[in-house]
Design a protein around this ligand. Sequence first.
Ligand code: HEC
Length: 126
Amino acid sequence: MRNIQHYFLNIRTFLTRLSGVPVMIFLPLMLLCFPLTAHAGEAAGAATFKAKCAMCHGADGAGKTPMGAKLNIPDLLSPEVQKKPDTTLVEIIAKGKNKMPEFASKLTPDQIAQLKDYIREIGKKH
Ligand code: HEC
């Protein structure tokens, strides 16, 4: 009888220790993920920019690419671009402008808004 009690006690301490493990792992993980989800829109904008825009505008948006030189692409970080209102940037991305292709048929309005935010973000860091 004593042995059985002993056995259950051991299981209980084992289980309480075990249940502490996920808490110890998941809590820091959740805390780590929180800033990631808070910046999810920004990260999505960055990813779309890399996939759809960087070949012309450059990974950093400065337009220092062979395509940029050929098409005379403006530096997205420059004050000339940054001082344009949000609506203008969104409209240029959606409808295109001269050699700049339109993206309204390829991206959702949300993605275009994220790109506009991303351009603002890299403009600020510049
Ligand atoms: C085929 C090359 C090319 C691609 C791809 C491209 N652009 Fe452009 N972009 C241009 C060119 C060229 C201009 C300059 C248009 C003009 O003013 O004549 C431009 C202009 C712009 C402007 C306006 C700058 C200004 O002040 O007039 C923004 C904003 C912009 N692009 C954002 C983007 C975004 C965001 C993407 C990706 C979704 C993208 N571009 C993809 C070539 C490209």
